[in-house]
Write a protein that binds this ligand. Structure first.
Ligand code: NIG
Ligand code: FE
Length: 445
C-alpha cells in the first residue's frame, strides 16, 4: 500500500522577514486526493456562462510540483507509475490528501491591505443607522484612515501587509492584488507600494501591486479635486511606473469620489506610463462603462449598479466584473450585485474579498464564496471558478495561475472536506489545512 508522510515542513507563523526561493524547496507530491479540481477547460479567455461551472474533477488525484511549478497532474495510480517519481521518492515531500479536496490557490483580485487601524467608530455608527456616505461626510470613511498611514514608518506597514498575506494564505489564497490608497500624498502612496513590495518578497505567494492614488479627494484638496487628479496623473503614476512599484492603476469612480471624466484622465495617464487599469465602478451609483472600454480595463469592481447595455458590452469584452459581496454584507445592505444577470448575459465574473478597514474587513475567500452562493445565487462551482481562474484573468495572470495544469505555478489549496461544495457551505470556520504557494508548503497548524 502506498503510504504517505503527512509533511509539516513549513509553518505559516512566525515567519521571519526574508526572501523565499521556490527553487530551494523539495519536490512536493499531493496524493490520494479525494476531489482534485483542476479547472482545466477548452474555453479560451475568462470563463463565461456555462463554462463557469467546469471544474474538471479528478477523483483519487495527484499533483507533482518541482521547483515551484506543477509538473504533472493525474490520478494517484498514474503518479505511482511515473519513472522520475519512483526513482526520486526519497527526495519528495508527500502529503496524503485522502478524503480532502485540492483546488487551485485562490486568486484574491481586489484587496486594500495597507492600513493601520480598524474603523470601529464607523462600524458602530453604521449599526446605529448611518449610511456609507453619511459616515464619510462626518469625517469617517476612507479619509479617517489617512493620518495613521502617512505617519507610519514603512516597516510598520510591511508588518501589517505581511500579516494579512499570511492570514489569506492560511485560508487558501496564493495570489493577492494589493492596492495602496490610504496615504494619498506622493510620499505616502509610494511608501504604501514599497510596503507591498517588501511584504511580497517575504511571502512565498504572489502579490500584484496597484496604485490607488485616486481613492478619494484628501482634505487638503477639498473643493479642488482637479488639482489632486493632476498630482495623481503627473507625479504618482509616473513615479510608481518608473520605480516599478505598481502593475495596475485603480480609480474609485463614484459619487463622493471621482467623476467619469477624472477617471478617464487617470486611465490615460496610466496608459501613457505603461500601466494597466482597473476601477471601482457602480458601488454607490451607476456610471456608463462603455466609454472606458477603449482602455481595456482588466476589471470593473463592485458593479452593484450597472445598465443592461453595459452588461451586454461586458459580454463582448475580456474586462472582468469583479464582485465583492463582503462589502455588501459588512455594510448591512439588503441588495447585492446581480451576479445572475451578468453570468447569464455572458460577462466574465470574478469574486474577491475587497479586504479593507471600512467596508470589508475579511481576508477569507471561502467567506466571499459563501456570500456569493447565498446572496447572489451563484452555484458553488461558479463561485470556485470566479475565485480562481477568473481572478487570475482579471490580474492578467491566467497563463500562470488559477488552474492546476502542468507548467503553471504550484499554487494549491487543500481543504479538509470531502466535496468542494462544502467550502462555501461551512461558513465561519477555516477548513484549509495546507496551502502551497509557488511550490512552498504552508500548513495551518
Ligand atoms: O472597495 N470603495 C472604495 N474603496 C473601498 C472602501 C475603502 C474604505 O472604506 O476604506 C471599497 O469598498
Ligand atoms: Fe475596494
Amino acid at each position: 500500500m502506498f503510504t504517505m508522510k503527512d509533511s509539516r515542513t513549513a509553518k505559516l507563523r512566525p515567519v521571519p522577514v526574508r526572501k523565499i526561493r521556490a527553487d530551494a524547496v523539495a519536490p512536493l507530491l499531493l496524493a490520494n486526493i479525494g476531489q482534485l479540481l483542476t479547472m482545466r477547460s477548452g474555453s479560451a479567455g475568462p470563463r463565461r456562462g456555462s463554462a463557469l461551472k467546469e471544474l474538471t474533477i479528478i477523483t483519487d488525484g495527484s499533483v507533482l510540483c518541482v521547483a515551484g511549478k506543477i509538473v504533472s497532474v493525474g490520478t494517484t495510480k498514474d503518479a505511482l507509475r511515473d519513472l522520475w517519481l519512483t526513482s526520486n521518492r526519497n527526495k519528495v515531500t508527500e502529503i496524503d490528501c485522502r478524503g480532502k479536496v485540492v483546488l487551485p490557490g485562490f486568486v484574491d483580485s481586489h484587496t486594500h491591505p495597507v492600513f493601520v487601524n480598524p474603523r470601529l467608530v464607523d462600524f458602530e455608527k453604521r449599526i446605529e443607522g448611518a449610511s456609507y456616505e453619511e459616515i464619510a461626510s462626518a469625517g469617517g470613511g476612507i479619509r479617517s484612515s489617512l493620518e495613521a498611514v502617512r505617519k507610519a514608518p514603512k516597516k510598520q506597514l510591511v508588518e501589517k501587509v505581511l500579516t494579512a498575506f499570511r492570514d489569506m494564505a492560511a485560508h487558501g489564497t496564493t495570489t493577492v492584488e494589493a492596492k495602496s490608497g490610504y496615504g494619498l500624498t506622493l510620499v505616502s502612496e509610494l511608501k504604501s507600494l514599497a510596503a507591498i513590495r517588501d511584504a511580497a518578497s517575504a511571502w512565498p505567494g504572489t502579490a500584484v501591486p496597484t496604485l490607488l492614488g485616486a481613492h478619494v479627494v484628501p482634505e487638503e484638496f477639498r473643493n479642488c479635486s482637479q488639482k489632486y487628479i493632476e498630482l495623481v496623473c503627473t507625479e504618482m503614476i509616473p513615479r510608481a511606473a518608473r520605480e516599478r512599484l505598481a502593475q495596475f492603476v485603480d480609480v474609485f469612480c463614484d459619487k463622493g469620489a471621482f467623476t467619469p471624466s477624472q477617471t478617464e484622465q487617470v486611465f490615460a495617464a496610466a496608459q501613457a506610463n505603461g500601466l494597466a487599469v482597473r476601477a471601482h465602478m457602480g458601488q454607490l451609483s451607476e456610471t456608463t462603462l462603455a466609454p472606458f472600454l477603449r482602455f481595456k480595463p482588466a476589471s470593473f469592481d463592485h458593479m452593484d449598479q450597472v445598465s443592461d447595455s453595459d452588461v451586454q458590452q461586458l459580454a463582448k469584452h475580456d474586462t472582468v466584473a469583479t464582485l465583492v459581496p463582503g462589502a455588501n454584507y459588512f455594510l448591512g445592505l439588503k441588495h447585492y450585485p446581480n451576479a445572475r444577470r451578468l453570468i447569464d448575459a455572458g460577462a466574465p465574473v470574478a469574486l474577491a474579498t475587497d479586504y479593507n478597514p471600512g467596508t470589508s474587513p475579511t481576508i477569507s475567500m471561502p467567506m466571499a464564496m459563501s456570500l456569493a452562493c447565498t446572496q447572489m445565487n451563484m452555484s458553488p462551482a461558479e463561485g470556485i471558478t470566479a475565485s480562481t481562474i477568473n481572478g487570475a484573468w482579471s490580474l492578467r495572470l491566467a497563463h500562470r495561475k488559477g488552474s492546476i495544469e502542468a507548467g503553471k505555478d504550484a499554487d494549491l489549496a487543500v481543504f479538509a472536506v470531502k466535496d468542494y461544495r462544502e467550502i462555501p457551505y461551512w461558513f465561519g470556520p477555516n477548513h484549509c489545512t495546507h496551502t502551497i504557494l509557488n511550490g512552498i508548503l504552508a500548513s495551518a497548524d
